[in-house]
Design a protein around this ligand. Structure first.
Ligand SMILES: [Fe+2]
Length: 158
């Protein structure tokens, strides 16, 4: 149960990080309306996912750790978005976002296994819902990648 609760807190920190990162990046995605709209949705979903984790932690009589949220440097690196000003910033950011989604899908898979092992099978519905959302976002980004390349080339030529 301890390992599971720590996992929930870690993922809460990941979602919090994601909200902040996307918030910083959003204005620079305005030239790419489709991506901008999807990232806006991503920010809302991350907020919902963090709230789901809050509920699960509360169900087990505990809560997210603010100290933990401050030490998510590794996650920030995975999230990427460290490409500000690069000529092909949008492409680098989309690649980073795809990597970040893969990380999150796997994180929820770990949490589902830990929930089972901790005898908290009731938590699985909420975790599965979040995992499905991460999968959907990852698939969307992957399938739209060629569009972003074309949009980038157009921007560049303009
Ligand atoms: Fe997420």
């Amino acid at each position: 149960m301890d390992v599971y609760l720590t996992g929930l807190r870690n993922q809460h920190a990941v979602e919090t990080q994601a909200i902040g990162t996307v918030k910083n990046e959003l204005s620079r995605m305005e030239p790419y309306p489709e991506l901008h709209a999807k990232m806006q949705q991503e920010m809302e979903r991350s907020t919902t996912q963090a709230a789901r984790l809050d509920s699960l932690l509360a169900r087990h009589g505990t809560k997210a750790s603010l100290a933990k949220e401050a030490v998510t440097g590794a996650v920030a690196t995975v999230a990427g978005f460290a490409h500000v000003g690069a000529d092909d910033e949008v492409l680098k950011n989309v690649l980073a976002a795809i990597g970040f989604k893969a990380y999150e899908i796997s994180s929820y898979k770990v949490l589902l296994t830990l929930a089972e092992a901790a005898g908290a099978a009731d938590d699985k519905t909420a975790l599965e819902q979040s995992m499905k959302e991460e999968q959907e976002m990852g698939d969307w980004l992957g399938s739209h990648l060629p569009n972003f390349v074309h949009a980038y080339l157009q921007q560049r030529a303009a």
